[in-house]
Design a protein around this ligand. Structure first.
Ligand SMILES: Cc1ncc(COP(=O)(O)O)c(C=O)c1O
Length: 421
């Protein structure tokens, strides 16, 4: 099979296939401004159209397919044979390796089309915020691919403690500001109140949105919104082609959940095609949104600037403990995934940092890949499932999404090693 045949021509949108209609985004009662209108001003128009589409399949522009090929898509679907041997399990274990892309995670899959649609409408500059840096890195690369400038507001504490991520963004030509910054009214206000404020994702997002609005730039979104999940479906669609080429079908599909984009991207095409019987979303026990979250309208962003959506949430002001799987610290779950969890189409599990550290170590020793701490949550679930299969003598096939590699997370692993060894 040619690589370009494995790469799909359409993204898959689960919205028309949900068990019931998705509650629409809305403005808060008595809102002083319309957040939906704000989106109209800052998001590329085609991205916004796709956010609200109910079409099942959305064409991937040829140019975006070319860029996907350029970054090494299709990513490999690999069998974790040595992990199977180590666990002495009758289960087969496969994984899709999103760490094989240049920025090291799945985030680039949506950064490319969002940058492309901004470029198509004649804008020459995109803006976003980033916490630990995965998303900012993807935006910086995608922008450089289309000759766009990029400005990234990086949470100050990460800017200072994760200098390597900042260096990658700068190598791609990104302009990175520690947030709170003196580049926006909001940042200046925060700094005047407390000059040593170390920042938060909410502050960085408010700065990015203000900066985009003020200059007429476009703002790119990294997770949670339906349009991001749509773009990420490239992962699962490729995996379906790769499975059918080897004559296999997964029974159980697993992925970790921050906002929900890599899990949805990997599993939704299988859920839509009714392939597999169990879909398992894995979160962090330190951010217990599956076990303790409520299904209600909440803001997707801590700053409360985006329209409210109905989702499983710990509340936008929830402050998680400082666990290292930075990408899983998010307070909510994407609306479509929340609905599927409510309706028990998708199951969930939560694991502590100690548990995922042990799983990451087993995976590194058996398969040679150091996983991103976020992805190690999925690995822990897979190890448990493979052990359960052994106990029950089940010859099932388990597949999971390895959403990123952990080679830029070594300081975090070093700390975990000290804590747990
Ligand atoms: C490697 C990796 N995996 C998973 C996530 C979680 O995000 P999402 O649930 O949107 O895939 C992140 C977020 O930054 C990440 O960097």
């Amino acid at each position: 099979m040619e690589l370009s045949e494995v790469l799909p021509k359409y993204w898959y949108n689960i919205v028309p296939d949900l068990p019931r209609p998705l509650p629409p985004p809305r403005d808060p009662k008595g809102a002083e401004f319309s957040r939906i209108e704000l989106l109209n001003k800052i998001m590329p128009k085609e991205v916004l159209r796709q956010q609200f589409t109910t079409e099942r399949f959305v064409k991937i522009p040829e140019d975006v397919r070319d860029r996907y090929l350029q970054i090494g898509r299709p990513t490999p679907l690999m069998r974790a044979k040595r992990l199977e041997e180590y666990l002495d399990t009758p289960a087969k274990i496969y994984f899709k390796f999103e760490g094989a892309t240049p920025t090291g995670s799945h985030k680039i899959n949506t950064a490319i089309p969002q940058a492309y649609f901004a470029y198509e409408e004649g804008v020459d500059h995109v803006v976003t915020e980033t916490g630990a840096g995965q998303w900012g890195t993807a935006v910086a690369l995608a922008a450089s691919m289309y000759g766009l400038r990029s400005t990234i507001f990086m949470v100050k504490v990460s800017y200072e403690h994760k200098p390597m991520r900042r260096v990658i963004m700068q190598l791609y030509g990104g302009q990175v500001y520690p947030s709170p910054s003196d580049k926006t009214n909001f940042g200046r206000k925060i700094l005047s109140e407390n000059p040593s404020n170390t920042g938060s994702l909410g502050i960085a997002m408010s700065e990015a949105i203000e900066y985009a609005l003020e200059h007429g730039y476009r703002y790119l979104v990294g997770s949670v919104l339906d349009v991001v999940l749509l773009h990420q479906s490239v992962i699962g669609l490729e995996a379906m082609n790769q499975f059918s080429a080897i004559g296999e079908e997964p029974d159980v599909l697993v992925g970790c959940v921050g906002g929900g984009s890599n899990f949805a991207g990997f599993t939704y095409p299988f859920i839509g095609a009714k392939i597999g019987s169990r879909y398992i979303a894995v979160g962090s026990a330190e951010v217990p949104k599956f076990s303790k979250g409520e299904y209600r309208y909440d803001f997707p962003d801590t700053a409360g600037l985006l329209p409210m959506v109905k989702m499983l949430t710990l509340g936008k002001d929830y402050v998680p403990p400082s666990i290292y799987a930075g990408g899983l610290r998010y307070h909510g779950v994407a609306p479509t995934l929340s609905l599927l969890l409510e309706d028990k189409v998708v199951e969930w599990r939560e694991y502590s940092e100690r548990e995922i550290f042990e799983a990451a170590k087993i995976f590194a020793e058996t398969q040679g890949i150091v996983p991103a701490p976020e992805s190690a949550h999925a690995i822990k679930a897979v190890i448990d499932l493979a052990r359960e299969a052994k106990k029950n003598k089940e010859r099932i096939t388990i597949a999971f999404n390895l959403s990123g590699h952990g080679l830029l997370d070594l300081t975090n692993y070093q700390d975990m090693m000290v804590r747990y060894s």
